[in-house]
Design a protein around this ligand. Structure first.
Ligand code: AP5
Ligand code: ZN
Length: 217
């Protein structure tokens, strides 16, 4: 089962794709996380990507497509994969199609998280995670149980993403509208596209996705 998650920044792609990974045993692949790992490692790709990511701009298709192509051939993708944040341009979608033809594979469903744009900046500004174990939290919807202490590992050390500020969100949203929204008509011609109300509470969004998954299976 191969799934694409589409939705603007802060829509809940990461939250829901991690839940799907846990429920269905298929690998979650976040190109944003892959790029942040390159930035952290200080690689050439990471250095080039950092400037663009901090400005809320997309990195070049050529950079991301080759990373993605090798990632989906890793052993943990044998049962399928969930693409979170890829493709983001029609060029990336076309490149993915070519890769999938070569691998004799296909996309089974595209899940589109629909959200009220006014809610996104608050969600993104509220997001933080544990520096030690990576558990994710949100000032608004998912605070730590004890103030300043990770529920999972007890660490007191938290981090926020460099691009999680209101100015960058504006340009990330502009990139989404201009570059990524054209993927909707692109996929509607090819595969099942299912719309999900991303404004519902996290559990209710997961329940909607479960219902869709029963139709796909
Ligand atoms: P990326 O890491 O993909 O970020 P994004 O698309 O901006 O998405 P986010 O991670 O901000 O949001 P999300 O939808 O995953 O929401 P989340 O579940 O965390 O990309 C970052 C950058 O990398 C890009 O700007 C670009 O520069 C580069 N990049 C990445 N991929 C690329 C590509 N393919 N091509 C070119 N460049 C690329 O939720 C957000 C918050 O809201 C969380 O705190 C969560 O707890 C909360 N929340 C979630 N759901 C709900 C709910 N239902 N109700 C209340 N709160 C909720
Ligand atoms: Zn932790």
């Amino acid at each position: 089962m191969n799934i694409i998650f589409l939705g603007p920044p802060g829509a809940g792609k990461g939250t829901q794709s991690k839940r799907l990974e846990a429920r269905y045993g298929i690998a979650q692949i976040s190109t944003g996380d892959m790029l942040r790992a390159e930035v952290k490692a200080g690689s050439d790709i990471g250095r080039e990507a950092k400037t663009l990511m901090d400005a809320g701009k997309l990195v070049p298709d050529s950079m991301i497509v080759s990373m993605l192509e090798s990632r989906i051939q890793q052993p943990d993708c044998a049962k399928g994969f969930i693409l979170d944040g890829f493709p983001r341009t029609v060029g990336q979608a076309e490149a993915l199609d070519e890769v999938l033809v070569r691998l004799k594979s296909q996309i089974d469903v595209v899940l589109v998280l629909q959200v009220d744009e006014d809610a996104l900046a608050d969600r993104i500004a509220g997001r933080f995670s544990c520096a030690k174990c990576g558990a994710s939290y949100n000032d608004l919807s998912k605070p730590t149980e004890l103030p300043g202490r990770c529920d999972v590992c007890g660490s007191h050390d938290f981090v926020r993403r460099a691009d999680d500020n209101r100015e960058t969100v504006t340009s990330r949203l502009a990139s989404y509208r201009k570059e990524t929204m054209p993927l909707l008509p692109y996929y509607e011609k090819k595969v099942m596209v299912a719309f999900v109300d991303g404004m519902a509470p996290i559990e209710a969004v997961s329940a909607q996705i479960d219902t869709i998954m029963q139709e796909v299976e």
